[in-house]
Design a protein around this ligand. Structure first.
Ligand code: GLY
Length: 333
């Protein structure tokens, strides 16, 4: 049973609790320990919750197996509803459990970070990491419902906010409407709402990333390499990935747009400069990209920008892309 469509709902905490209460009989959950205190007592004390102490470090096959074993012992069935409550790592792991256990059961995603709200919780890409790289084992299995509750965001750390804002900046390049909202400094809740609806529309048209869904990967090729090399949060790395993509392709006008969007969102220009990271190693960066690119491919498909709101995909020889990177002043160590 593979679900392709989710129902997106925006609710305050009391209404989220009502949804949880309605599912008490069929309830199973994977929850980030960090949000435990924000949940109703019956959830806090439920025997059917697998708590994640460190979701990012738990997003692997070992924990995946542990969660499955735990739920089977607790009597999970095909009519159970699996809730995933936490950030992107929690929803990715729990969604993959939902896709696999008993050949697939329904799940509900409750993202509690800005990054998970605007990206990971929507669209049904679920996965775990492997030593060889991120998200290498997974499935497409959309949650039945995505319950977006901004009340959780008030307890986010600065790093988590910055990470979410980086993905929001990406949407500012994908949609003129979102770009205008960011530049008008509308509330982050309103902007995030528009990002969710934008992603939902794309995913409804292209669930399996056979077409325009690939645009959502804007900035991710360089971004993943920055994330791995500099150990910075995903969203910050994506913001850097877009910035350096524009630099490498000498798109100076769009670089000005990048700075305006970053400024409006409160993304630090300094922290997204390579010069801010003395530990940056261009050799490690290149070898990460080599290892990340699909095996046996000599070229990669890059998402590039014509202008705000208009992307295209260009197949480029990997060696040519590396040469472009090496030619850029900022990458000279
Ligand atoms: N994070 C990109 C996607 O869901 O397609």
């Amino acid at each position: 049973m593979i679900r392709m469509k989710s129902n997106l709902t925006y609710l305050k905490k009391p209404d989220l609790f009502k949804v949880l209460n309605q599912h008490q009989d069929s309830f199973f959950a994977v929850i980030d320990e960090a949000v435990r205190e924000h949940l109703p007592d019956w959830v806090k004390n439920s025997k059917k919750v697998f708590w994640l102490k460190n979701p990012e470090a738990s997003k692997n096959l070992a924990t995946f197996g542990e969660v499955i074993g735990f739920f089977l012992d607790q009597g999970i069935s095909r009519s159970s509803m699996l809730f995933a409550i936490g950030g992107g790592a929690t929803t990715d792991l729990a969604g993959f459990v939902a896709a696999s256990i008993l050949r697939g059961i329904s799940w509900t995603s409750v993202p509690t970070t800005l990054l998970a709200v605007v990206d990971g919780s929507i669209g049904g890409k679920v996965a775990v990491n492997m030593p060889q790289g991120k998200n290498l084992v997974g499935a497409f299995h959309a949650p039945e419902k995505v319950c977006i509750c901004y009340d959780f965001l008030s307890s986010l750390s600065k790093v988590e906010w910055d990470s979410g804002k980086g993905e929001v900046l990406k949407y500012g390049f994908l949609s003129t409407k979102i770009s205008e909202m960011i530049l008008k400094r509308e509330s982050l809740e309103l902007i995030a709402h528009e990002c969710c609806e934008f992603k939902q529309k794309i995913v409804e048209k292209d669930f399996k990333e056979e077409g325009e869904r690939i645009f959502l990967n804007l900035g991710h090729t360089l971004g993943h390499a920055f994330e791995s090399n500099l150990k910075i949060p995903h969203g910050v790395a994506v913001a850097m990935g877009i910035k350096y993509l524009l630099k490498v392709f000498s798109q100076s006008e769009l670089l000005v747009e990048w700075e305006k969007l970053a400024d409006s969102l409160g993304i630090s220009l300094e922290e997204t400069n390579l010069s801010h990271y003395p530990e940056f190693s261009v050799d490690k960066f290149k070898s990460y990209m080599l290892q990340d690119k699909k095996k046996n491919q000599t070229s990669i498909r890059l998402v590039l920008l014509n202008k705000v709101g208009s992307c295209y995909v260009q197949e480029i020889k990997f060696q040519d892309f590396l040469k472009k990177i090496e030619a850029n002043e900022d990458f000279k160590s």
